[in-house]
Every structure is written in C-alpha cells, then in structure tokens.
Design a binder for this molecule. Sequence first.
Ligand code: FE2
Length: 294
Amino acid sequence: MTDYPVRMDVKPEVSAHFDPATNTISYIVRDPGSDACAIVDSVMDIDYAAGRITYEHADALIDEIERRGLKLEWIIETHVHADHLSAAPYIQQRLGGRIGIGENILIVQDTFGKIFNEGTEFQRDGSQFDALFKDGDTYTIGQMQALAIHTPGHTPACMTHVVGDAAFVGDTLFMPDGGSARADFPGGDAGTLYDSIQKVLALPDAMRLFMCHDYGPNGRDIQWETTVGEEKAHNIHVGQGRTREEFIRFRTERDAQLEMPRLIIPALQVNMRAGEVPKDKDGRAMLKVPVNGL
Ligand SMILES: [Fe+2]
C-alpha cells in the first residue's frame, strides 16, 4: 500500500458544489501552481417523472471555471453512479478535458448491458471514455500528479483519486457518522469494500478526504470533507478497528433493508455510456425500464 506515490506537500484548491436533489457533491480541483483544474463527479439534472433533462448543476461548475479563468484538463468519474446522472459530455463539449474512469468499467458495461438488453451498438470496451485507469495509474492536472487507486466493493470500477493531500473517495466511505456505501449492487461485495476502505485508511492521517455523497445523518448540516485520521478514529462502520467479518455481517444485513436508489434506472443507462443519453433506432434520446431486471 505504502508504495503509492503520495505528495502531502502538494495542496490543491478544492471547491465543492452540493446537489440537493441527489445529495451528490461535485468538485473542482485546481492546481495552485497553474490555471489547470479537474472536475470530479459532475451531475446532470433529471426530472425522471417528466423525462426531462437540464443542466443547472453542470452550468454552475462551468460558470465557476470560466469566471476563475481555469483550464479544464480532466472530467473524472469515481465510478458508474447509480443515484445521479453524469454531465461529463455536456461539460466536455463546453470546456474540453478528458473523461476518465476505472478500467473495470468493462465489467460494469457487460453486467448492465445484459440487464438492459443492449444491442451490439452499445460497446462494452470502455471506448465511450477517454481514459481507463488501472490501480496505481498516475496522470497530471497542471503540474500536480494525480493518482488513481482501485477501491472496488461498492461497484467493480470504483477508484479513489488522490491529488496531493486530497483524496476523492467516491462511494467507498461516507463522513464518519455516515459510515460506508452499500455493497449490494450487481458486482458489489462487502468484503471487497472493506479491503478497499483499508487502502484509503492506509493513506497519511492528515490526507483530506472528499465524499461523493452526504445525507446529513441525525439532522446535521451537509458535510463532505474529513481526514483519514478522523475516519480511522470515528467512522461508525469501519473505525476503531472493526473486523472484516463484523463489517460484512453488518453491511449485508443493512443492504438487505435498503430500497433501490430513485434514479438507478436512468443513471446506469447514462453513466455506463460516460454520460451520454442512449438513443432509439430513430436517433431520439430514450431510456428503458427493465421489468424485474434489477
Ligand atoms: Fe455510487
């Protein structure tokens, strides 16, 4: 674990944009030594009942980048989200940048390509993305080195992205009082999630951690930033040395009681295509509902 190249002296500027409709936090990560930046986990707005897609949240990210005169180099997806739709292609069209995700997107595309009975026009080779990261791969944002760590369990393609002293954990961990993400989606696994969380907790204690989601447990205000040290000391699911066996038992029992996320059906179809809405045979944007398929 300790052989990942971590640079705690590099301190990116991180600005957070909370989406109240899906409790998602999108980030703009800026290199303090240049005008380069990356976006982590953007959101496209959807009124699912009406089948209507809009871009208020993405426009706020774009506006901030333009107002600050930044150059967008990367549009990172920590994983194929099941609870919100990515706005990556919309943002890329406006600002450029490369869309990156974990290489196990191929597994996710295969699994959900079958569930949604997609035809051969849906490529399962990750070619909808500009970059597919393997564990330990590095890339640059301006002069900063960024590092992708494979942290599966919630989904097979989950990655944690480490940029200097900041790590974007996606849905491996929540805030200490929120615990951890569910591990019961197709391809998820509680034991694998526990192992991945240990990889995150092995980073330096002072590492800033940025969550993809927060639900304000017990009525507290929404928060998204903590540290490795805080998670190790206080996380209600994995902190204070909870064992792998205890975590698996707890996580499995809890997941059995959770309902499917409200937007999982549209989110998977869009996000497995890097944020593109699928088209029907006449080229119209169209979503499916697989009956009893999930
Ligand atoms: Fe997720």
